[in-house]
Design a protein around this ligand. Structure first.
Ligand SMILES: [Zn+2]
Length: 80
């Protein structure tokens, strides 16, 4: 059974060409927002923060229970 993610509707963002299920997550150390999203083709998850761009892992993915390192991973997303 897939993991279920509950994301506030106001944090959801529209799809882009390559990314779906996009939503904002607040930085713990600043008021910046980063965007978590799933690659439409490869089905892995990514984040817009500098750590993910460099290392393909970051605390934002970990915080919501998503795997690092471009591992394909399906979830159910419920908006509230
Ligand atoms: Zn991140």
């Amino acid at each position: 059974m897939s993991q279920t993610l509950i994301i506030k509707t106001e944090l959801m963002l529209p799809d882009t060409d390559q990314w779906q299920h996009r939503f904002n997550i607040e930085s713990e150390t600043s008021n910046r927002l980063y965007t978590i999203s799933q690659n439409k083709i490869k089905k892995h998850w990514g984040c817009s923060c500098p750590a993910w761009k460099r290392y393909r892992r970051c605390k934002h993915l970990t915080a919501v229970g998503l795997p690092p390192n471009e591992k394909p991973y399906e979830v159910n997303i419920i908006n509230n």
